[in-house]
Design a protein around this ligand. Structure first.
Ligand SMILES: C[S@@+](CC[C@H](N)C(=O)[O-])C[C@H]1O[C@@H](n2cnc3c(N)ncnc32)[C@H](O)[C@@H]1O
Length: 277
């Protein structure tokens, strides 16, 4: 059954006419949505690989057979589609309407069904109905929240959607590995794809202790001419201790970190389960 207010594949996702369109995060991801797959060598392969890694972790930590999932920062659907391919019933939401629209279309291209919606993960309690066996936010979405208070709102919002025996699952970049250093850039990743050569990397301009302006570059070899796309947004470094503390404050129990070597997923993942709420 679809959560109330959700839309099925193929339907146009209505763009909310509201302040969100002025939100710099929305602008960044709406603009990036059509190119997002280009930060992967093979995005469709990544969908399947991430779906398998997350399914394995969910079964290990949650012990649940495929159930209902809320992916509350779904982007173009990398994890939402990966889990739908493995039998989960996925409701996929994001702040970026253009990304959500692409997630719905991509799901169709994989032959799976998602319900989708536009929602802010800081307001899930009011923006999304019902509760879910798994609530997840993957690939560092929380870094777009520029203060610990914003992360608190997100933690409360996500935890409020986890059903009585459910699981919360969040992945963030491994900021702890920098041990107090402020990196200026990520290593370039070069891909040789059927569409041609591509290079992707980020430049980070620090604007304080934790906050940086992220410049994402995607370079493409188009018939021998290199084209450069540049996208800019702000991010905030979140360390694992901070997120564990915020989750604890939000009422989460059984908070555990799972590192890439154990999960096959390329970021640290934190899970939390119902204790006694
Ligand atoms: C790095 S992308 C990851 C998308 C997707 N999980 C994936 O791995 O392909 C981060 C996503 O978080 C979303 N996001 C950021 N802030 C959000 C918020 N407050 N509420 C909902 N989504 C948000 C962005 O719109 C973007 O789609």
């Amino acid at each position: 059954m679809r959560p109330p207010g959700s839309r099925g594949n193929g339907e146009r996702v209505a763009v909310r006419v509201m302040a969100a369109v002025e939100d710099p995060v929305v602008r960044f991801y709406d603009r990036l949505a059509s190119d997002y797959h280009m930060i992967f060598g093979d995005w469709r392969e990544a969908v399947c690989r991430q779906g398998e890694a997350l399914d394995t972790l969910i079964r290990r930590v949650g012990g649940a057979a495929p159930g209902s999932v809320l992916d509350c920062s779904c982007g173009i659907g990398t994890q939402a589609i990966g889990l739908a391919l493995r039998g989960y019933r996925v409701h996929a939401t994001d702040l970026s309407p253009v990304s959500v629209g692409r997630a719905a279309r991509e799901a169709e291209s994989f032959g799976v069904s998602l319900t989708v919606g536009v929602a802010d993960l800081r307001r899930l309690g009011t923006d999304v109905d019902g509760s879910f066996d798994v609530v997840l936010s993957c690939d560092n979405a929380l870094a777009h929240l520029l203060s610990v208070d914003q992360v608190r709102l997100a933690a409360r919002g996500m935890w409020s959607k986890v059903g009585p025996t459910g699981l919360l699952l969040v992945s963030i970049r491994d900021y702890d590995q920098f041990a107090g250093e402020k990196p200026r850039a990520t290593m370039p990743r070069a891909f040789l794809t059927p569409e041609g050569r591509r290079v992707s990397f980020q430049i980070w301009d620090w604007a304080g202790d934790d906050v940086y302006t992220l410049h994402l570059f995607i370079l493409r070899d188009v018939d021998g001419r290199w084209e450069t796309a540049h996208h800019e947004t702000r991010s905030r470094m979140i360390r694992r201790d901070e997120l564990s503390g915020v989750l604890r404050e939000a009422g989460c129990s059984e908070i555990r970190w799972h590192m890439p070597g154990d999960t096959g997923y390329d970021q640290p993942i934190v899970t939390a389960r119902e204790g006694s709420r």
